[in-house]
Design a protein around this ligand. Structure first.
Ligand code: SF4
Length: 206
């Protein structure tokens, strides 16, 4: 987990410059405050633990559970600094790229069979803007304990979900934190499995 990897990107097609500037400053401040509030060596230790899990001699689903637990631990520390709240479902209306190992975990918990995919998919970022995830029920995640890494790691450091609305979610790129180590580990776990596949959650379950 690379909690110190802060991405600051430029806007491409935003339409409210004043709001964008304000949000950028707010989010930078909250990212910094969050990073400063992390326990000493948290990022380094999390990164080491992630690598150890990735190299464990264990079944992919076991390793995935351990990575998820680590990411959830980090997400708890992040909570005071993000806009994400239980009643918000904005990020359930965007692309959700997952691996076959994550699809298998969902399949096991829901009994819903994942589709057999002959090839990986990599959709344009706007492909599912505004399209609800198949597991969104009454504006809540129906597979919360088994939701994929992307859903666990995605968070807005703004004070509200203004930039998460479908019409804006891809219009501007704002300060955020990437948990690259966890993403790499989940990708490596998927590569170990015979049915290795990367696709959107809707490709597997839509
Ligand atoms: S899996 Fe759950 S949290 Fe993730 S997009 Fe779907 S409904 Fe939202």
């Amino acid at each position: 987990m690379d909690a110190k990897h802060v991405r600051t990107m430029s806007a491409t097609n935003f339409f409210d410059g004043e709001h964008f500037e304000k949000s950028t400053l707010t989010m930078k401040r909250r990212v910094d405050a969050h990073v400063n509030a992390l326990p000493a060596n948290f990022a380094v230790q999390a990164s080491q633990k992630t690598r150890l899990i990735s190299r464990m001699n264990a079944a992919p689903r076991v390793k995935l559970s351990k990575i998820f637990a680590l990411v959830d631990e980090y997400a708890e520390l992040r909570k005071p600094f993000v806009a994400c709240a239980e009643e918000c479902d904005s990020c359930c209306h965007m692309n959700v790229q997952i691996t076959n190992v994550e699809a298998e975990r969902i399949e096991k918990s829901t009994g819903k069979k994942a589709k057999f995919l002959r090839a990986d998919t990599c959709h344009p970022v706007t492909k599912f803007a505004g399209v609800p995830c198949p597991f969104l029920v009454n504006r809540r995640c129906s597979i919360y304990e088994d939701r994929p890494l992307l859903c666990r790691s995605h968070a807005s450091f703004d004070v509200d979900s203004y930039w998460c609305a479908p019409e804006r979610m891809n219009a501007a790129e704002l300060p955020m934190i990437s948990i690259t180590d966890a993403q790499v580990a989940v990708s490596e776990i998927a590569h170990e499995s015979a049915a290795r596949r990367f696709a959107d959650i809707r490709d597997f379950f839509g």
